[in-house]
Design a protein around this ligand. Structure first.
Ligand SMILES: [Zn+2]
Length: 415
């Protein structure tokens, strides 16, 4: 019984000459071009005078049943009768890029593996080298943004990524929200100096620069000043997420210091009753389970300061939840600051300074509440991206990888 099957090769403009197995057990498919002629590389005219064959080239192609497959052929050369010196031109096939050791279908397939993965991992899985994988990436994914695909750019985000934990090594991620992908990466900058950011803003085509309405950033003067200089029409918005991080840290400090004190003051039995308070303390009232709420109540009877810190933190969060205008938000935040000053707590003092410096940028958040859920989804996406690329230092490579992760499936899927 013949137990073999036939599979179409699906590469255009070739005829299969022979299929064999190499010594290593790989499939080797020998093909020849069925195209006649090519365009002269000098004059661009169609030429059909056959000159001869080049040396055979062997290209990696899609595997069959996990067996590596190679396609081999000898490129045809054609001679131009019109150009001086009668130069010859090598015929090109649509499924192969000059100098690539792979067919295009293979490269697209490899890139799909690289989405959300790493170069090292893909090289191992596909039994190839890291150089091959980065070579494919370089052929298919640009290292700079293609501005022509954008019509408008209402929101721009600037974020820094720490490349090493605890080190002051940053690259800067410039992004814009996208309706289909959550976020679109515009650039990865090598450092967070103001000049670097200014230079990038200046490189945005003027027609797009004029459409930028908001620049979302964290509390870093270099970013803010760069935006003020280059994008004078845009509102600078301090991310709610960064603001929240700052005041939540203040409340956490109160918790830490108070618990330390309580550990000294309370009996072991009493202290046992308020153990495990960290997570409940970090939750909002709505998030608390009954037993967590009871735990917090016990804690607050021992420490009124912690209660105060908890309430202040939640009050400020509530302000950001409300549908304030910019002016009413300012008033609410100022009133909140006064309550902090009247409280017995000093751990928020530094944050009051932050508000003093950044109140305009903080309250710009209230300018266009309509898009806030949109912006939040976008921020979450940026956070995920930031976590993934930790450890990659080459900004061009970083840009390629981000782009591939965002657009890879859509660009390299079969359908
Ligand atoms: Zn010619």
């Amino acid at each position: 019984m013949n137990n073999s099957i036939q599979i179409p090769l699906d590469l255009p403009d070739v005829r299969v000459l022979e299929v064999s197995k190499t010594e290593e057990g790989d499939w080797l498919i020998r093909v020849e071009s069925t195209l006649k002629g090519t365009k002269c590389r000098k004059c661009g005219r169609e030429i059909t005078h056959f000159h001869g064959y080049d040396h055979a080239i062997r290209l990696r192609h899609l595997p069959i049943f996990e067996q590596p497959v190679y396609v081999q052929f000898r490129p045809k050369r054609y001679q131009c009768p019109d150009c001086k010196g009668k130069p010859t031109t090598t015929q090109r096939l649509s499924w192969h890029e000059l100098r690539s050791p792979n067919t295009k279908p293979y490269e697209r397939w490899l890139l799909k593996f690289l989405v959300n993965s790493t170069v090292v991992d893909v090289a191992r899985k596909l039994d190839t080298t890291e150089e091959t994988v980065t070579g494919v990436l370089d052929r298919w994914v640009a290292t700079k943004v293609n501005w022509s695909k954008f019509k408008r750019m209402e929101i721009l985000g600037i974020d820094e990524i720490a490349l090493k934990r605890g080190h002051r090594d940053y690259v800067v991620l410039i992004t814009t929200p996208s309706t289909t992908q959550g976020v679109e990466v515009l650039a990865v900058l090598p450092d967070r100096k103001k000049e670097t950011v200014v230079k990038f803003f200046a490189s945005i085509p003027l027609r797009l620069r004029q459409t930028i309405e908001r620049v979302c950033t964290d509390m870093y003067l270099g970013f803010v000043n760069a935006a003020r200089e280059q994008l004078p029409r845009a509102h600078i918005v301090l991310e709610r997420f960064h603001v929240a991080q700052a005041y939540r840290n203040c409340a956490d400090k109160v918790r830490q210091q108070e618990l330390k004190l309580l550990k000294k003051q309370l009996s072991e039995k009493e202290y046992e009753q308020i153990k495990g308070a960290m997570w409940p303390f970090r939750k909002s009232l709505e998030e608390l389970k009954d037993e967590e709420w009871e735990l917090l109540q016990r804690l607050f009877t021992y420490s009124p300061k912690m209660k105060e810190a908890y309430i202040l933190r939640e009050e400020l969060t509530a302000i950001f939840e409300r549908n304030y205008t910019r002016a009413t938000a300012k008033r609410a935040i100022r009133a909140w600051c006064k309550r902090v000053l009247r409280s017995q707590i000093s751990q928020f003092d530094r944050f009051l300074g932050t508000i003093e410096t950044w109140l305009d940028q903080i309250t710009n958040y209230f300018l266009e509440r309509l898009t806030s859920s949109f912006v939040e989804g976008f921020n979450n996406r940026v956070k995920v991206l930031k976590r993934r690329y930790y450890g990659i230092f080459d900004v061009d490579h970083l840009f390629q990888r981000l782009t591939l992760d965002i657009h890879g499936y859509e660009r390299f899927s079969l359908t």
